[in-house]
Design a protein. Structure first.
Length: 147
């Protein structure tokens, strides 16, 4: 298997009976979902976890891991739904110099769903460039994964 980022889309494209799927699924599940998972991996790799486990029954690592994952969550986007893909395909296939309010709302809604974040657009003049970086560019990158 080539060394590519494992996404839910990629997993969905594979036959679940193949070794490629099983390997990719392991890599996807093993990926850190937040800072807590990363800290746990580091403490295991350095041997700190073994020492702590030998000294104490419960150091609170599990709770700390959950809190860190919640506070510093890594971005694992959800899959595009079929209608979202078709919308993005039509949108990104056209050369544009501006984006309509309706398109802006639709793109923002798709972005919020797949990235699990609410986009704060309280300041329209200062957010126009941020919107393009945050939403437009990231959605285009996700859409290209499907092509």
């Amino acid at each position: 298997m080539e060394n590519k980022e494992i996404t839910q889309e990629y997993l969905d494209s594979l036959d679940k009976r193949t070794n490629e799927y099983k390997e990719a699924k392991k890599r996807y599940d093993k990926a850190s979902s937040g800072l807590g998972d990363t800290v746990e991996k580091i403490t295991k790799a350095t041997g700190i976890k073994k020492v702590v486990d030998a000294i104490t029954d419960d150091c609170g690592c599990g709770k700390r891991k959950e809190q860190l994952n919640k506070l510093f969550k890594y971005n694992k986007p959800k899959c595009l739904e079929e209608d979202e893909y078709h919308y993005l395909n039509a949108f990104f296939s056209q050369r544009r110099t501006s984006v309509s309010v309706k398109d802006n709302q639709k793109l923002t809604a798709i972005w919020e769903r797949i990235f699990g974040k609410k986009y704060d657009s309280s300041c329209s003049s200062c957010n126009s460039n941020n919107w393009k970086k945050e939403i437009y560019n990231k959605l285009e990158k996700v859409w290209r994964l499907y092509k």
